[in-house]
Design a protein around this ligand. Structure first.
Ligand SMILES: [Zn+2]
Length: 101
């Protein structure tokens, strides 16, 4: 489900920590918590990257059951005994000549 790469977390973490650090220095406000949040993001991203590179998840468990039973070549059709017109198998009357089938 979550396809966010670890590198994204690292970039976000670096961005958050650096900007909050710079802003905290400039404004004098205490943004130190955001620096730690950013560092946590970077750490999380690193772990995520390690998992991604180390253990490639085997997501190739696709049951290849794509044998569609209603393929065009396999359609259920019948032919009118009167005129030979092709019609679906569920038809009761020929749409060409009106013969009951
Ligand atoms: Zn017919």
């Amino acid at each position: 489900m979550t396809s966010i790469k670890g590198i994204v977390f690292i970039i976000i973490g670096l961005f958050v920590s650096i900007t909050s650090y710079v802003l905290g220095k400039k404004g004098g406000t205490n943004l130190q918590i955001f620096v730690y949040v950013g560092i946590a993001f970077v750490a999380f991203g690193l772990v995520k990257m390690l998992i991604e590179t180390a253990g490639k998840p085997k997501k190739e468990k696709r049951p290849e059951q794509r044998t569609n039973p209603a393929s065009p070549s396999n359609q259920r059709v019948k032919y009118c005994p009167g005129c030979g017109a092709k019609m679906p198998a569920y038809a009761h009357f020929c749409f060409n000549c009106g013969m009951k089938v």
